[in-house]
Design a protein around this ligand. Structure first.
Ligand SMILES: [Zn+2]
Length: 285
């Protein structure tokens, strides 16, 4: 079914237009959009990883959300900006411009429906910049629109207790954490017998890269032929379930906080971009 990991009663597309029109407190109802990608994740994982994780974490978060908190998931965006993986077959990429336009147009549609709180939970490391640009633009257009451009892994979770120091430092793609959570969310798509480690060299300039991660722009093939950047081999389903559980718990709390959050609304700018009225202080709740 289209709702996937999300409980059917929390899935916005299952509402009729009259249902949406009649929702009692749309201004504080949280609309959550999982944002994924369709790109290679090595030989052992499917190309859907980022879409599966974003939709899976959002679905599990909504499943444990307190009944009195109004929140709905949208159908996930399954194609993202994955140009760094386009040398590998199976990768499907939008341009940055297309993704930016997509986020803006979806955001406008959510606003037009009467919602004022929109949360993006992004599962792909190659596109947070685009989402941040789109969220800022929507805020400029609509001074009463709260748009949160966040990422799946940004909230507290327990993955760190399973990862080696090297993995924490250098893993970037299809490594231990992503493989573990995929073993929890979609075990039938994971082929652990094909999992193999592949680490990038630590970046040689301490000034350009204090943490050793590549300071230059890169594409996945720069690190070797497999597409993996990290070590997926220690991943287990039990770890994945614990990681998923911790992410879902944190996101459920974050959604409840967003429901309660009040920001001082600003007049929508009539002057055009870049001339809006200063910044907005968050109001404690
Ligand atoms: Zn990924």
């Amino acid at each position: 079914m289209l709702h996937g990991y999300t409980p059917a009663h929390r899935f916005l597309p299952y509402l009729s237009w009259t249902d949406v029109a009649a929702l009692p407190d749309k201004a504080n109802t949280v609309v959550v959009l999982p944002v994924g990608a369709m790109e290679q994740h090595g030989p052992h994982l499917p190309c859907s990883v980022d879409a599966t994780i974003a939709a899976g974490v959002v679905g599990h978060a909504l499943a444990r959300l307190a009944a009195q908190v109004p929140a709905y998931a949208m159908a996930p965006i399954v194609y993202g900006k994955s140009e760094e993986h386009l040398h590998f077959p199976g990768t499907v990429t939008l341009s940055g411009e297309t993704l930016l336009a997509t986020m803006l147009e979806i955001g406008e549609s959510v606003y037009r429906s009467g919602f004022r709180k929109l949360l993006w939970v992004n599962g792909h490391g190659g596109q947070p910049q685009v989402l941040e640009m789109a969220a800022r633009e929507l805020r400029l257009r609509h001074g009463d629109f709260i748009v949160v451009p966040s990422s799946t892994w940004r909230v507290p979770h327990v993955a760190g207790q399973y990862l080696s120091e090297r993995e924490k430092k250098l893993s970037m793609h299809a490594g231990h954490a992503e493989t573990a959570i995929m073993l929890a969310l979609a075990p039938e798509t994971v082929r652990m017998e094909q999992a193999a480690a592949n680490y990038p060299p630590a970046f040689p300039s301490r000034l350009l890269s204090p943490d050793g991660r590549p300071a230059c722009a890169w594409t996945a093939r720069d690190f070797g032929p497999s597409g993996v950047i990290g070590d997926p081999t220690p991943a287990t389903a039990a770890q994945g379930l614990a990681i998923l559980d911790s992410l879902a718990e944190s996101w459920a709390s974050a959604i409840a906080e967003l429901h309660a959050l009040q920001w001082a609304p600003r007049e929508a700018s009539t002057w055009g971009r870049g001339q809006h009225q200063g910044h907005v202080e968050p109001t404690p709740v």
